[in-house]
Design a protein around this ligand. Sequence first.
Ligand code: 4AD
Ligand code: MG
Length: 464
Amino acid sequence: MSLSRTLVKDALLAAGPADAILLQGWVRTRRDAKGFSFVELNDGSSLKGIQVIAPATLPNYAADLPRAATGAALEVRGRLVASQGAGQKWEVVAETLTVVGEADATYPLQKKGHSLEFLREIAHLRPRSNLFGAVFRIRSRLAYAVHQFFQERSFAYVHAPIITTSDCEGAGELFRVTTLDASHPPMTEAGDVDFRQDFFARKAYLTVSGQLEAEVFACALSNVYTFGPTFRAENSNTSRHAAEFWMIEPEMAFCDLEGNMALAEEFVKHLIRDVRQHCAGDLEFLGKFVDQGLLARLDFVLERPFQRCSYTEAIELLAKSGRTWEHPVAWGDNLQSEHERYLAEEHFKCPVTVYNYPRTLKPFYMRVNEDGRTVRAMDLLVPGIGEIIGGSQREERLEVLRENLAQHQLPEKEYWWYLDLRRYGTVPHAGFGLGFERMLMFVTGVANIRDVIPFARTPGSADF
Ligand code: 4AD
Ligand code: MG
């Protein structure tokens, strides 16, 4: 019977010794002593590698151990035995050792501290580092926890289209999708590019949000969520903006802003609790080497109710703060990052949901309040990052929605299907979008969005 592979993480947690074990992975370090070599083997299943002892009595020792350099791929068969050394319970004494793939001295991840900037330039190799291994294992677990949270609450997973013909957020940050020849596009008689001859016979884009499609499904299946890539051509070169990022968008029929805020809090807490439990080793590592305050902050967030504050109150708090702002702020202005961070980090010192924003600041689909000046919007702001969630109760009244479209200079005929939702069985409904990478930044303490996404797409950069 052939021996099947044991993952390093399972070998490290073994209940007892084993006579025959098969490990496959990459060499992190090798140290040669008299009579044997120590190899630290890592297969990415956990932060910790396992120590392999390769005795000099192996027939291929002289020929192959020098080739088992940092970065090389190995296959090891041997015995799992209690470790003599400190810091590990088990180690493997090799009975056969095969170099599957060599790595020579040019391998860039030789054992030493590398800057995040350097590691970004080798995004194809950085998952093999401790830091990025930890981040991407957490990313995977967090995605699982997203589905678990909604599936357990009977939300249906909806796949919103990636190619779309409507601009949900109305911010004009769309990437165009076209098969026209950019240097010789067909022209209309009026001298414009003739998009009727394009692939979709009209202008098409990459989606900025799956919300409008999620609303369609919420008005049929009641509670739904999307989880997919979204794209924004915003030219903001910040540590929190990417041109391609993942968003989770729950949408609930028969739900108002109150219910929406409650779900957002429950959701964020679920995600934190889940990675706290299932990624303990990786989080501990990040708490040591990336952000010393990380674990205490996550636990603090779990324990306390999130604060709530209306936009109008927020503006008053900012005015009373005695700060001089880089961007002075008055009622009607957008909150900038410095304002959001002041509220979450210094005033409330915990996550805070700001709601009821001025109508003029927000997209056409938000429900207008009785005052006529504000809409039922909500943004969840967290310490260290600022906004991680944006959402609202939606305008379910046909006439008010038509007015909003007009105010935003959006043509009704392009939103005919969206208006139909208000014509046939309209209901109060609400939802939000959580930026998956922003949430990852929050739970890992990693400060730059480029370092929580496998291959970052930002202005001027789409390598790999
Ligand atoms: O606030 P936003 O623009 O809201 C929407 O798109 C709504 N349609 C969501 C809804 O109600 N269903 O984006 C939602 C979240 C933000 O709070 C932020 O976390 C993230 O998406 N986000 C970005 N993340 C990374 N890079 C960017 N360029 C982002 N833009 C938004
Ligand atoms: Mg927003």
